[in-house]
Design a protein around this ligand. Structure first.
Ligand code: ADP
Ligand code: MG
Length: 563
């Protein structure tokens, strides 16, 4: 038995790999299961064109078995296996991917489900194992071979016995150290959880012997039954992901169940969006608009993002790049075959595909919200109560850059309708002579209603939007105009409707009260810049107005902000 040496560069690369590519050790299982699935896929593709190969689905599976006594974890598959040469090339040469080569050779065949591409995933096994044994028998061969390695030092290959085609990988799990505990990778519940997290949608069954406990059958009636434990082989992955199913086959309850299973939220989602895109970029997605605000939503701790899968394998828990901040409340997942992954498959290269998917998703969310607003008003208002503030922040934060996406989604309380209305609804009711969209700002609807400043505008029969949220006025300042109408605060100096013709009369009146106004100005010095007569008042003797861009309310908010 001759020990082969890794080439010097490979040695360093392997050490680097093992210690630095992955952020989480548990990833090794995802990588080995992906390889097993690829190996089965290869038989499947071969069977498509070769009549001598039968593909009987029941014969193809992956099995995981942990043995605490021998401290080993085994992963078997009934896939295509490896010849001696392939063991040498694929496992002996780092960054060589037999799967990528296979994918290229078989490009013409449909359904690219093969996951491998970088030729490094296998070595993730050395994050948790100090010795790895791979026994494999290739399709069409009677002879099996055993590859064995303790890591960077090299590997051996010897002939071996194996009854059937496929591969068996045995990991000798590292002993615990003071800092690191490896026992978890021998625990049934932990292994099951890792499979569920990363490999739930691998298309072939992933089996495991699971220990259960049940009451003994012979317990006499009325007595406390005795329990016995038993072992049963179970398939632990769901295999067919809901997002690959046809929308018509799925009910609201199915989507709701997925939402809860995935722990996207504890509420009942208000709306789901199921996308199956086959255009410039191929992807599937299930997105949810939640009904209520997560407890940490308006805090720094909240992290936006969608789950990202590549070919059914989880790549990222929260891919933030898929969602704009203003839609950060959206939950769900995206699966695509077209992504450029980085070598650890934990991250993406920022590529065109991802940007396209994100843009696509943004448009879908917008149109879904718009149709909710149009057709399910009550639901939309519920949504708006929970996340409307986020939309307004969205307009404000980007200096109105996203106003085209967001302005139609905004709602404000209306003086006329006494309920929330959209800007579009406001505009559609405007009398022809009305030049501006009027609004009034205050802490609550009741307080705004009592504002003397609203009188003249209301008297004209014009509708007024009530801004009760701090962000409201900032948001519409970022929008500037809606359908060519500018916004105007009822407390601005010039309302755009005082009759000019009377200006002579006004001057005369002011002259008459000059002494009074001067006296008032002295008394209020530092608090107001000017005291003058106003035409806008009806039943109130006095009101405050502002000159220029900032309204009184905005000035208040700005001066309350920490510098
Ligand atoms: P990748 O999967 O990205 O190609 P890996 O390091 O995970 O890289 O695996 C290297 C190669 O080893 C694979 O491309 C494949 O050719 C081969 N291989 C690994 N595991 C198996 C297996 N269980 N059955 C058959 N071939 C395998
Ligand atoms: Mg792989």
């Amino acid at each position: 038995m001759v020990k082969q040496e890794f080439k010097a560069e490979s040695k360093r690369l392997l050490e680097m790999m093992i210690n630095s590519i992955y952020t989480q050790r548990e990833i090794f299982l995802r990588e080995l299961i992906s390889n097993a699935s690829d190996a089965i896929d290869k038989i499947y593709y071969k069977a498509l064109t070769d009549d001598s190969i039968a593909f009987n689905a029941a014969d193809y599976y992956v099995k995981i078995a942990a043995d605490k006594d021998s401290r080993t974890l085994a992963i078997y598959d009934t896939g295509i296996g490896m010849t001696q040469e392939e063991l040498e090339n694929n496992l002996g040469v780092i960054a060589k991917s037999g799967s990528l080569a296979f994918k290229k050779e078989n490009e013409s065949k449909d359904g690219h489900n093969i996951i491998g591409q970088f030729g490094v995933g296998f070595y993730a096994a050395f994050m948790v194992a100090d010795r790895v044994t791979v026994t494999s028998r290739a399709l069409g061969s009677d002879q099996a071979f055993k590859w064995e390695s303790e890591g960077a030092d090299g590997y051996t290959i010897v002939p071996a016995d194996k009854g059937s085609v496929g591969t068996e990988i045995v990991l000798h799990i590292k002993p615990n150290t003071e800092d690191d505990n490896y026992d978890e990778f021998l625990e049934e519940y932990r292994l099951r959880a890792i499979v569920k997290k990363y490999s739930d949608f691998i298309r072939y069954p992933i089996k495991m012997d699971v220990t259960g406990s049940r009451p003994k059958a012979d317990a006499a009636e009325g007595e406390q039954p005795e329990f016995e434990s038993y072992v049963e082989e179970q398939t632990i992955n769901s295999m067919v992901p809901i997002w690959r199913k046809n929308k018509n086959e799925l009910t609201d309850a199915d989507y709701e169940q997925f939402y809860h299973e995935k722990r996207y939220g504890f509420d009942k989602p208000l709306k789901h969006i199921h996308i199956s895109a086959d255009g410039a970029v191929v992807y599937r997605a299930i997105l949810y608009i939640p009904e209520s605000t997560p407890f940490d939503y308006y805090t720094k701790e909240y992290e936006k993002g969608l789950e990202l899968y590549s070919n059914g394998v989880l790549i990222m828990d929260k891919c933030g790049d898929l969602l704009p901040d203003y839609f950060s409340f959206v939950k769900g997942m995206v699966d695509s075959e077209d992504l450029s992954l980085n070598i650890s498959r934990e991250m993406l290269q920022h590529d065109r595909q991802l940007t396209l998917i994100a843009k696509n998703i943004k448009n879908k969310i917008k149109s879904t919200l718009l149709s909710l607003l149009k057709d399910e008003r009550e639901g939309y208002e519920k949504f708006y109560k929970a996340f409307g503030r986020q939309l307004k922040f969205g307009v404000y934060n980007d200096y109105g850059m996203n106003k085209d996406v967001l302005q139609d989604l905004l709602l404000f309380h209306s003086s006329k309708e006494n309920k929330l209305v959209s800007l579009d609804e406001y505009i559609s009711r405007m009398p022809e002579d009305q030049k501006f969209i009027y609004y009034a700002t205050g802490g609550s609807i009741e307080r705004i209603e009592k504002l003397p400043q609203t009188e003249l505008v209301a008297d004209k029969g014009y509708e007024i939007l009530y801004f009760t949220d701090d962000i409201d006025e900032f948001a519409i300042k970022a929008i500037m105009t809606y359908k060519e109408k500018a916004f105007k605060s009822v407390s601005s100096g010039d309302l755009g409707l005082e009759p000019d013709a009377d200006s002579d009369k006004q001057e005369a009146e002011e002259a008459g009260s000059k002494a009074l106004f001067e006296q008032m100005q002295t008394l209020l010095s530092g608090k107001v810049t000017k005291v003058k007569a106003s035409k806008r008042l009806k039943s109130h003797p006095v009101c405050l107005t502002s000159e220029g861009e900032l309204s009184i309310e905005m000035e208040k908010i700005l001066s309350a902000m920490p510098n």
